[in-house]
Design a protein. Structure first.
Length: 226
């Protein structure tokens, strides 16, 4: 299957993309993870993208399109994929359609996770990450044993700069203004599956499985990203 996972920041795209990746045996391609990797490596792409990310703004289309094109060329994407966080503009959606058409492929479904704004602000502003092992926590829903340190290696936890409450609200505003057109772009092909994402993880996953017609799918070993 070739799937897109859409939804505002904090809607659970990453969580459910990883779970579907394991169920279906296809790679989870997270544009956020790809960008953060480039930032950490200090590449020209990463340095260019960092200023946009820190403000909660979108990275320019040409950067995102080029990065996704390179990733889809990896052999593990031949049998399908779940893209999380792309496309975020109609220009990106058009570019993705062309990439796939050149390969004789198309998107099977666009999963849209719908969650109220205040719940997304709560989810994102409460996130903390261990800079050493990258384990994530939520200070309300999944806190560490010690409020400020990772359970695994005792490293002080950090809040991502784009998870500050005011930045979160800006990210949600940008999403609302720019990504609505992407959903409309795919809605004309009747591939959009709207999912109520305000429930526990298992229930939301069940709703996604049902929408895709894969209820009861067995979990496979995780797919290693390109």
């Amino acid at each position: 299957m070739r799937l897109l996972m859409a939804g505002s920041p904090g809607s659970g795209k990453g969580t459910h993309s990883r779970r579907l990746s394991n169920c279906l045996g296809i790679p989870h391609i997270s544009t956020g993870d790809l960008l953060r990797e480039q930032v950490a490596l200090g590449t020209p792409l990463g340095l260019n993208a960092k200023a946009f990310m820190d403000r909660g703004d979108y990275v320019p289309d040409e950067v995102m399109v080029g990065m996704i094109k390179d990733r889809l060329a990896d052999p593990d994407a031949d049998r399908g994929f779940i893209i999380d966080g792309f496309p975020r503009t109609v220009t990106q959606a058009d570019a993705l359609d062309k990439m796939l058409a050149d390969l004789g492929q198309s998107i099977d479904a666009v999963i849209v996770l719908e969650v109220p704004v205040e719940e997304m602000v709560r989810r994102l502003s409460g996130r903390r990450t261990c800079p050493t092992c990258q384990r994530s926590y939520h200070m309300d829903d999944d806190p560490p044993a010690d409020d400020e340190r990772c359970n695994d290696d005792n490293t002080p936890l950090e809040r991502r700069s784009d998870d500050e409450p005011e930045t979160v609200r800006h990210r949600l505003k940008v999403y609302s203004e720019r990504t609505a057109g992407v959903i409309e772009h795919y809605d004309t092909d009747s591939v959009v599956k709207r999912i109520n994402g305000e429930a526990d993880i298992d229930e939301v996953h069940r709703r996604i499985d049902e929408a895709l017609g894969i209820s009861g799918s067995a979990v496979r070993p995780p797919v290693q990203s390109g």
